[in-house]
Write a protein that binds this ligand. Structure first.
Ligand code: ARG
Length: 547
């Protein structure tokens, strides 16, 4: 844990004195009477120096101001109770102590829409998880760069163009509605009609050679698509640093292939280039007609990013069905001697409908994100018809993000509006409601709350319970960063919101005659609000002001 890092270091040094090298990891405990625990000594029960180690551990624990009380159990578990006043004193600096010691430059490759197609339910998780990991890493002090990495090149575009040419479509005036209609028809024709296939493949080749009239048509398609993408992403509160796509790296591919040939890393196999790395299945670098594959583009994208953005690490936040693709990409990067950097596929499961089937529209198509947003908006409006448009919009985005992030990213989940908007459930509505209550209490008090200090002698059990939960922030923050898993923080936001509700319920705080109680509760409310806001920031959620 961040604030206890010094203690962890000191305990590690004690072990080292007795020739034991290991990391001390102070963890949360399930033991109700304590906050934290240290398990390291359990496995050293037969160490002849154990009693000396324990003596030295005690010396360190006694000297630690954050610790109120500790206990070494018979199996040498160490249970720790935190001194709340000391530990939470630094809450205003929470943003400082979560900074990493060695910041990295990290690229977040997420979203990944394909032009010509609308954003749909399949994009929801990549967007939510990507935005959250971006925010969390930014708060941790890493240099972050998001890239939407559009699928804006290759066969799908060639299919649209071929269809447009056949049907005399004026590309200059093409609308997003037309494009969205054409896309499925063209890809259907491509798989069923041989003539169409041939012509589209020919267009693809000429597009790759930058044939002028095709590039003009491609630009029109891309412009129309981009406008619609930008408006949907704006509605869902998403921003990207880079709007690059597959088309941006196309010109790097021929040289990359030449280079791999000269280094004897790829060879011809039935006219196709295949990696010489022994794998099953084999890794294809080009098709037999010379055209490029998804993998070829992703390799070139790495080259492009190495040249332009000097990164330490790339996270690809993409559906788990692409697992093999990323395994092939990462093993190829290594085999082809690309500069050594960290790469990780942050995968996730599917969003299903309430019956557990893949989310479809009534007509059987994929559900658009704008439609999902509209439905959520209307649903919240019916249960809360006094809310203004801004709050409704914020709440809709909260529901779409929170219900997604609360699920472990590798688990599939059912999208269930009734459940996700339940004011009493583990929902985005619930966490916003607690936040709004806290804002209102602080505003109505008209006091300079941050001037109070916490008076632990007068705390009731609900106060203590909430404060003891606030200690855990850094623990869950660390878990999220380490495993790229926002659900730890989403879950934790629910925990503190619930405890906050317990803390003020049944008590009139503002008109209470006991000033110590009143000031305690207001100070705790203020602490809660700061943590709640910070957690929302981590999750990519904006707090609403009234509900
Ligand atoms: N456009 C791709 C798709 O629809 C997702 C892109 C993910 N990012 C990447 N670098 N491969 O499947």
């Amino acid at each position: 844990m961040y604030q206890l890092r010094k203690l962890e270091n000191n305990l590690e040094s004690v072990l080292k004195e007795f020739n034991v090298t290991e990391t001390i990891d102070i963890k949360l405990t399930k033991n109700e009477s304590f906050d934290l625990q240290i398990n390291n000594l359990v496995k050293h029960k037969d160490n002849p120096n154990l009693s000396k180690i324990i003596d030295n551990f005690q010396r360190e624990l006694d000297n630690e101001p954050f610790i109120k009380k500790y206990e070494i159990g018979e199996k040498n578990f160490i249970n720790i109770e935190i001194n709340l006043n000391e530990f939470l004193k630094t809450v205003e600096n929470v943003r400082n102590f979560i900074k990493v010691t060695n910041p990295k430059k990290i690229i977040f490759d997420y979203g990944g829409p394909n032009i010509g197609k609308p954003l749909h339910v399949g994009h929801l998780r990549s967007l939510n998880i990507g935005r959250s990991l971006y925010n969390v890493n930014k708060l941790a002090g890493n240099t972050v760069l998001s890239d939407i990495h559009m699928g804006d090149w290759g066969m799908p575009i060639a299919q649209i163009i071929q269809y447009g040419v056949e049907n005399k479509i004026n590309f200059k005036k093409i609308t997003i509605q037309e494009l969205e209609e054409i896309y499925p028809i063209a890809s259907d024709l491509y798989s069923k009609n041989n003539d169409f296939t041939q012509l589209a493949q020919n267009i693809n080749k000429n597009l790759n050679n930058n044939q002028k009239d095709l590039i003009t048509k491609w630009k029109s398609i891309k412009d129309t698509s981009l406008k619609s993408l930008e408006s949907t992403l704006h509605q869902l509160n998403h921003k990207f640093d880079l709007w690059r796509g597959e088309s941006d790296v196309n010109d790097l591919i021929p040289d990359m292939i030449e280079d791999l040939k000269s280094k004897n890393k790829i060879s011809l196999d039935d006219g196709a280039y295949v990696s010489d790395l022994k794998t099953d299945p084999k890794i294809l670098i080009t098709k037999s007609d010379g055209s490029y594959l998804y993998l070829t583009t992703d390799l070139a994208t790495v080259l492009d990013r190495l040249d332009n953005f000097e990164f330490d690490k790339t996270l690809y936040i993409v559906d788990k069905r692409q697992k093999l693709h990323f395994e092939q990409l990462f093993s190829s990067l290594e085999y082809f001697d690309f500069p050594t950097k960290e790469y990780e596929h942050v995968s996730f499961g599917t969003v299903n409908d309430a019956d557990g089937n893949p989310f479809k529209t009534r007509e059987g198509g994929t559900k658009k994100l704008t439609d999902l947003y509209d439905e959520t908006y209307q649903y919240i409006k019916t249960i809360n018809n006094e809310l203004d448009e801004i709050s409704l919009g914020l709440l809709s985005n909260t529901v779409l993000a929170y219900s997604d992030l609360i699920t472990n990213r590798n688990t599939d989940y059912k999208f269930d509006l009734e459940k996700f908007t339940n004011v009493n459930g583990k929902t985005g509505v619930y966490i916003q409601y607690a936040n709004v209550r806290a804002q209102k209490l602080i505003n109505d008090s008209s006091l300079e709350v941050s001037d109070f200090s916490i008076l632990s002698e007068e705390l009731d059990n609900n106060d203590k319970s909430l404060l003891r939960s606030l200690i855990k922030f850094e623990f869950y923050f660390e878990q999220t960063i380490k495993n790229n898993e926002p659900h730890h923080l989403a879950d934790y936001l629910y925990e503190i919101s619930q405890k906050f509700n317990g803390m003020y319920q049944g008590i009139n705080i503002l008109e209470n005659e006991n000033t110590v109680l009143k000031e305690n509760k207001l100070k705790i409310t203020d602490l809660f609000l700061q943590y709640s806001n910070l957690l929302m920031e981590c999750l990519g959620i904006l707090p609403v002001e009234k509900m």
